[in-house]
Design a protein. Sequence first.
Length: 299
Amino acid sequence: MAQDPMQHTGRETTQDVVVELQDAILTITLNRPAKKNALTDPMYGLLADAIERAESDPDVRVVLLRAEGDLFSAGNDIADFSRLAEQIAGHTAGGGAGQSADQAATGTVAAEPGGPASAITGQMNVWRFLHALAACTTPVVAAVQGKAVGVGTTMLLHADYVVLAEGAQLITPFVDLALVPEAASTLLLTQRIGHVRAFAMFALAEPLAAEDAVATGLANRVVPAESLLDTARQVAGELAAKPAGSLTATKHLMRNAEALAPVIDREIAVFTERLAGPEAREAFAAFAERRSPDFSPFS
Ligand code: COA
């Protein structure tokens, strides 16, 4: 039988994120397959809106996160990263407020609260999404096929039930992009799989295969690609039939959202500083030019 790894819903739309409520399940679909579901800031805005809706709309009992195409998500849109880096650099050109002589010399910028970079990043939807997801008490089921890269993987650390298609891989190449991990993953991934494995994923971009993700507690099960969506829907349906108050209270007790928020903020500050630096700009240029980056000029 021919496989349909894309698990199409049959819906035609040009929206990059599609949100549908049916049978108390709010399905959020990443729908930018031509760009491997790379996430832009407007997409994060739609994702944040959807998660905030799940928390406030009593008709929503479960969130189902999925993606169209052969791959769950290629992570943050690197062209967006590049534009943001230029914007921050422009904002701080000539030594903006909060920029030290050392930062001016190295091309990094102050990202501490109130610093010039935070004035820009504080407005960004990605941080609203990450905070909303970390604080979300509605159960989140995720269905993942192909690769989940960067934030495509780190967002899964906030899901409560993760179904992977056979052959799926979790990849977090933050250091290869001269960045640092986000979404509280420096804490959560380390807690889940231990320091050395988390370090290898972050620093060496070692992919975690689907079976290993289950073995290490990052996912619940691996299923054939053609049954990925049905399996995730079945789990979401089971959860939707449970007493919602008890379910959200259980999740709230299990997750320490209050402790995660400062971790997310601390990561954001360093992430922003790295983003606007020369190493990251080399990494983004290399991706755009489809070549290997050369970090040798930077100390
Ligand atoms: N940001 C922006 N565009 C991206 C992207 C990203 N993160 N990932 C993929 N794309 C784009 C490609 O530029 C290409 O666009 P084009 O068709 O206009 O040239 C298109 O999506 C298809 O990507 P391609 O690389 O040809 O697909 P692939 O199946 O060979 O490889 C990936 C898929 C995900 C392995 C590869 O695209 C990749 O490594 N992407 C970068 C992942 C990353 O580092 N993300 C950031 C993590 S912090």
